[in-house]
Design a binder for this molecule. Structure first.
Ligand SMILES: C[C@](O)(CO)[C@H](O)COP(=O)(O)OP(=O)(O)OC[C@H]1O[C@@H](n2ccc(N)nc2=O)[C@H](O)[C@@H]1O
Ligand SMILES: Nc1ncnc2c1ncn2[C@@H]1O[C@H](COP(=O)(O)OP(=O)(O)OP(=O)(O)O)[C@@H](O)[C@H]1O
Length: 273
């Protein structure tokens, strides 16, 4: 079985309070971003052991800690799964605020559920996904939502950005999620995100922000420079995604986002949502 785990964008992100479990409560709108890895999950021949092959962008850390394998182990603990051969081809930048690893984990759960006919409903898959990371649960249903608590509890919203031209720029700066959180002091959101997101996209520049962006930009000025470049190129809305360092711009009404003169080492995704 071959699947294509996508990334996500955060439209607005507010860190509202510290939780007793060490995590923070947040409010954000998540939307799928069709920048994808490729993941193959195959049952192996009798006698062979579970293995993971990795190609594409190198992933820091031991392959045994890869979220795809952790997803398999989680289900194997509850179901009698046979060994599998996994192949992950990594394309989505890591440490970018795009949820790349989380998408891999959630798509691995979904693929194993389908391949071995476990018949787990979405609620059950979300519970497994939450155990692998805060962002993982979003990728089970993989549709625009308002997210709260750890970013893993969802409310439906009527937001349709299908076809909107989008540019995502990753400047090669790996910002660890834990470091990013440590730089933000939780506070009451500046805007009511559910109300703001329901207003026309043209208003978002003044009403939707990302607390990580405010906290990280003074330390990493390049983030502000990329955002300014996107607005100068005609973006209607631009922001850091999640805890960065990827910055995106939305260009509604345009066939494709404009080309920008960017350093060749930057990773860029151009397309339509
Ligand atoms: C920044 C976001 O990408 C926004 O969608 C997510 O909140 C990050 O989610 P994630 O990468 O799945 O993060 P996790 O693997 O669950 O947690 C990594 C670290 O981030 C911090 N963390 C994460 C989520 C959260 N709601 N509060 C936190 O304080 C914790 O220090 C945790 O140890
Ligand atoms: N399949 C995977 N893809 C990417 N990173 C993985 C994967 N499996 C495990 N990891 C580990 O997770 C770390 C990246 O997590 P991190 O949260 O920084 O980035 P991310 O998942 O790409 O997106 P985000 O920044 O939105 O959380 C890597 O350093 C790596 O050790």
């Amino acid at each position: 079985m071959l699947v294509f785990p996508n990334a996500k964008l955060n439209l607005g992100l507010y860190i509202t309070s510290q939780r007793p479990d060490g995590f923070r409560n947040l409010e954000s709108v998540f939307v799928p971003l069709p920048w994808t890895d490729a993941l193959e999950v195959l049952p192996v021949v009798a006698g062979a052991e579970t293995a993971l092959a990795l190609t594409g962008i190198p992933i820091p850390g031991e392959p045994t800690t890869n979220l795809c394998l952790r997803a398999y182990e989680l289900l194997k603990a509850d179901f009698n799964l046979p060994p599998v051969q996994l192949h992950l081809h990594k394309v989505v930048p890591i440490g970018a605020g795009l949820g790349g690893g989380s998408g891999d984990a959630a798509f691995a759960l979904r693929a194993l559920n389908d391949l071995f006919t476990l018949n787990l409903p979405a609620d059950a898959l979300e519970s497994y996904a939450r155990r692998l990371g805060s962002d993982c649960a979003f990728f089970i249903r993989n549709k625009p939502v308002f997210a709260y608590e750890r970013g893993d509890v969802f409310e439906d919203i009527s937001l349709d950005l299908t076809g909107v031209a989008c540019k995502v720029i990753y400047p090669g700066l790996h910002i660890s999620t834990a470091e990013a959180y440590s730089r933000v002091q939780p506070h009451t959101p500046r805007h009511e995100l559910r109300t703001a997101i329901s207003q026309p996209l043209e208003t978002w520049r003044d009403t939707i922000s990302n607390d990580f962006e405010d906290a990280l930009t003074p330390h990493y000025p390049i983030l502000g420079e990329i955002k300014a470049q996107l607005y100068a190129a005609g973006a209607t809305y631009a922001s850091l995604s999640g805890s960065g360092s990827a910055v995106f711009g939305l260009f509604p009404g345009q066939e494709l986002p404009p080309q920008l003169p960017l350093p060749s080492e930057y990773q860029v995704w151009d397309g339509r949502l």
